[in-house]
Design a protein around this ligand. Structure first.
Ligand code: NAI
Ligand code: MG
Length: 359
């Protein structure tokens, strides 16, 4: 008997519950096909938690996540809560949950599906074969450094400071190496070591620990060059590891290689194998409740969970194969359909993927 894995399921707001419902069916199908066992428990989070519990991140939801092996999250937010004070905003819950769960990296795959290449603005011959992951540091760097204003001879000046210590760099870089080891064994470490001191410390740290991963081919890439190479030779990248702000920008750039926001999965990881998995997209209030949402990003987030937290490679392969097969067969939700009148609903797309899953 397979060990029972506990998954905290947090559907959230807007299209969150719609896409998460399809992802849960995929979990059930995996149990059926592969004999894995999941125990799912649902928690309130985001706007719905504000309405029902008076806080975006109730203590019982946090406890549920802490007791779980992994978290599956839909999306939070919506116009209803946009004018709330900061402590009563869904986004505050997002920052809070990452911090409370000790999540220090954000993992964003960018995978090209051949049959969707026309959705991208980049030429097919450049995109072909692209399958990369951006590993972004989440807790340090210029976003969290000391910031202030002061007077100067030339008027007011503003200061943002970028700080990284060796252990922060080391833990994220190790994660980059370990993910690369499970893939095509290539790591691009991105920095600005020709200019920034934090980048020089970053690069020294990478070089110091690299000998522990002799099977991984390492390249150092300056961030400006990386931005160019992502457009010129995206298929040559396997895993990209970088600090917070560079990762923010590069992960959005990499995402847009692929075309649609409804297809992009992500993970936030901490120490050990624990992770929070969620689609990159938000709660899409403009289409919520209409059965129009593409569930693929959330379904692929389950595949990512299987790979990174549970090591269930067979089940992850099964999901990714099914998604590819369904797309190859021409099935589309409205966001990726050329002809929207023939588009499938959220539930119909979920059904197609379930039917295509095999052992
Ligand atoms: P969004 O990602 O929710 O929507 C952007 C556009 O993409 C919309 O036109 C939407 O209809 C479309 N879209 C998104 N996901 C889709 C899907 N699965 N299938 C089909 N179409 C899809 O971003 P937006 O509009 O900036 O934010 C809406 C709300 O979501 C805001 O309250 C925002 O704060 C929140 N948000 C939450 C995130 C999270 O929970 N991690 C991340 C981003 C935004
Ligand atoms: Mg961003």
């Amino acid at each position: 008997m397979a060990e029972v894995k506990k998954i905290a399921v947090i559907a959230g707001d807007g299209i969150g519950p719609e896409v998460v419902a399809e992802a849960e069916k995929v979990l059930n199908k995996t149990e059926e096909l592969f004999g894995y066992k999941f125990e799912t428990e649902h928690g309130l989070f985001g706007g719905i938690a504000i309405d029902e519990k008076g806080t975006p991140l109730p203590e019982e939801t946090l406890q549920l996540c802490r007791n779980a092996d992994a978290v599956l999250l839909g999306a939070v937010g919506g116009p209803k809560w946009d004018n709330n004070p900061k402590e009563l905003r869904p986004e505050t819950g997002l920052l809070g949950i990452r911090k409370e769960l000790g999540l220090f990296s954000n993992i964003r795959p960018a995978v090209i599906f051949d049959c969707l290449m026309e959705a991208s603005t980049i030429k097919p011959e450049v995109l072909k074969g692209t399958d990369l992951i951006v590993v972004r540091e989440l807790t340090g760097g210029i976003y969290f450094g000391e910031k202030f204003r002061r007077d100067s001879a030339n008027g007011q000046e503003a200061v943002d400071t970028c700080v990284y210590n060796v252990s922060e760099v080391e833990r994220i870089v190790r994660q980059g190496f370990e993910i690369a080891q499970k893939r095509r064994k290539k790591l691009a470490s991105v920095d600005k070591a020709n200019v920034l001191e934090t980048s020089r410390l970053w690069r020294e740290t990478v070089n110091r620990i690299a000998p522990e991963y002799p099977d991984v081919e390492l390249e150092h890439v300056l961030v400006d060059n990386c931005a160019m190479q992502l457009l010129r030779r995206p298929s040559s990248f396997d895993v990209i590891v970088t600090e917070n702000m560079f990762g923010d920008i590069l992960s959005d750039e990499a995402a847009m290689l692929t075309g649609s926001i409804g297809m992009l999965s992500s993970a936030s990881l901490g120490e050990g194998s624990f992770g929070l998995y969620e689609p990159v997209h938000g709660s899409a209030p403009d289409i919520a409740g209409q059965g129009l949402a593409n569930p693929i990003a959330t379904i692929l987030s389950v595949a990512l969970m299987f790979r990174l937290t549970f090591g269930y490679e067979d089940a992850a392969d099964s999901i990714e194969r099914a998604v590819k097969q369904v797309l190859d067969a021409g099935h589309r939700t409205a966001d990726i359909a050329a002809d929207r009148t023939k588009a499938l609903s959220t539930v119909q797309m979920g059904e197609k993927i379930l039917q295509a899953m095999t052992k």
